[in-house]
Design a protein around this ligand. Structure first.
Ligand SMILES: [Zn+2]
Length: 266
């Protein structure tokens, strides 16, 4: 291993709901590489040689925001860390985001498909402003999600427009800028000062295109992530390590950028 490895995009759930959460994606034909619990994730990390992971819980409704963030805060101890989450229809976004920050969480996860909102709509500006105000970054799902019919509620052009309207908003765009829409990523997102994560792309998207995007965008703004349990942490890491990137680029992507965003030193 050229350096320490941090997985910036994983999913685990409270013990009571993990089994249900995993079963819910069964019909989509996705393989599951651990059982969805924190204990299962820790085992997967040990097998892969990963020292830290960032869990991305989601507030599916405004009502479950409290419970989701309370659980996130209680499970943000390392080596598994957690983001918080806000629902786009939250009635008091500024207050909610202030509370999330006070819990010690560094950012919020958003998912335009599961939360059913179009990321480009102006009505969500209070969310983005609140994140800037409270120093929270946003990690958003982007592009297609196999659980939802196209067209997706987020795409490279609307994310670029969001960035132009809120240049101080720290954005991490999952799945290398938009799952399944990498041509548009190359047209609209490459080179902008926002982060792209590798979740569910390693071994699943065209290798030449992946390398081109990493090189043009810059390793300083790419994060290693797997989307485990939906991808094997070990297999994704093995694939990444074989890419013809230099040691400096690998260290940035596998560890440095994550440590910087989370303000952690491992
Ligand atoms: Zn994910």
């Amino acid at each position: 291993m050229p350096c320490k490895v941090f997985d910036f995009h994983v999913h685990c759930y409270p013990e009571k709901v993990a089994e249900k959460a995993i079963q819910a994606v069964g019909p989509l034909g996705l393989h599951t590489y651990f059982n969805g619990t924190v204990a299962g994730l820790l085992q997967s990390m040990r097998e892969a040689g990963i020292i830290g992971s960032l869990n991305l819980p989601l507030a599916n409704t405004p009502e479950n925001t409290r419970g989701v963030n309370a659980w996130a805060a209680a499970n943000n101890t390392g080596p598994v860390y957690s983001l918080g989450s806000i629902h786009p229809d939250d009635p008091h976004p500024a207050q909610t985001l202030g509370w999330i920050r006070s819990l010690g969480l560094k950012g919020v996860k958003m998912h335009p498909e599961y939360q059913r909102f179009k990321i480009g709509k102006l009505q969500y500006d209070p969310i983005w402003k609140g994140c800037v105000e409270h120093g929270l970054f946003v990690l958003t799902h982007a592009g297609r999600d196999i659980a939802f019919p196209p067209p997706p509620n987020s795409d490279p052009a609307s994310i670029a427009a969001l960035h132009r309207r809120h240049p101080n908003l720290k954005l991490v765009v999952a799945h290398m800028g938009s799952w399944g829409m990498w041509q548009e990523v190359e047209e609209h997102l490459i080179g902008l000062p926002l982060y792209l994560d590798l979740a569910f792309t390693l071994g699943l998207m065209d290798r030449d295109q992946l390398l081109r995007i990493i090189r043009k965008h810059g390793a300083e703004r790419v994060l290693f992530g797997t989307d485990a349990p939906w991808q094997s942490q070990k297999e994704a890491l093995d694939y990444f390590l074989q890419l013809p990137l230099n040691d400096r680029e690998k260290e940035l992507i596998l560890y440095r950028n994550a440590a910087g965003l989370l303000g952690l030193e491992f």
